[in-house]
Design a protein around this ligand. Structure first.
Ligand SMILES: [Zn+2]
Length: 210
């Protein structure tokens, strides 16, 4: 295929322009998947160059089933919020089904709590400047790390690692300090949010053992 040939999407039949063609993927056997139809696939890393048109169709069916689960079966039992005023949506949880959704973006995929094998806060830090004060109490949740002396937290993410799952997503890095300047209030909000998440995981795991 020459550089200036237009590519036709094997799924919607639309021709991709020179620029829009860059957002699509070439499949095994020479077919082409446009950027819009890519959104109908699961969100994880997919090796499109090794996938046939039928492979992609099968993947789209899995994605569609997950979407359907979100709209028809998902019943939120718990909302976890973050931010200095605990007013920013973070995670939605359906404890009865054992499902959760990432609310830091509007992707709407349904993940399984059972697929989580690791979670933890990842911090970005900076040294305190002279006269600055920064302290985060963690007495209410002792397993959370305490901010070391002389250090200021500038950003925090909740890292969640997932075992093999239908969406093909191995890792979520959720912004738990949503505003641009993570001040002490927001870091406290992030800790409280993390505390809620740890609590949900504990309750869920305990309920499953019974
Ligand atoms: Zn298409």
């Amino acid at each position: 295929m020459g550089l200036f040939d237009t590519k036709k999407c094997a799924f919607c039949g639309k021709e991709a322009g020179l620029i829009t063609g860059l957002f699509g993927n070439d499949l095994a056997g020479g077919a082409y998947l446009c950027g819009e139809c890519r959104k109908l696939c699961t969100p994880g890393d997919l090796k499109f160059s090794e996938m046939s048109v039928d492979d992609v169709k099968a993947n789209m069916a899995i994605a569609a089933a997950n979407r359907k689960k979100a709209t028809s079966e998902y019943r939120e039992t718990r909302k976890i919020k973050t931010g200095a005023y605990r007013d920013k949506n973070f995670l939605s949880v359906d404890e009865n089904h054992g499902w959760f959704m990432n609310e830091t973006d509007d992707s709407g995929w349904v993940y399984n709590l059972d697929d989580i094998y690791y979670y933890g806060l990842v911090f970005e830090t900076a040294l305190l400047e002279e006269g600055q004060y920064f302290h985060v109490d963690t007495y209410s949740c002792p397993e959370l790390p305490k901010c070391p002396e002389g250090v200021r937290i500038t950003d925090a993410k909740l890292k969640i690692l997932l075992t093999d799952n239908e969406l093909g997503v191995k890792e979520l890095n959720l912004d738990i300090t949503p505003s641009f300047s993570a001040d002490e209030g927001e870091i406290r909000g992030a800790y409280a949010c993390m505390h809620d998440f740890v609590e949900v995981m504990k309750v869920y795991k305990t309920a499953k053992k019974k």
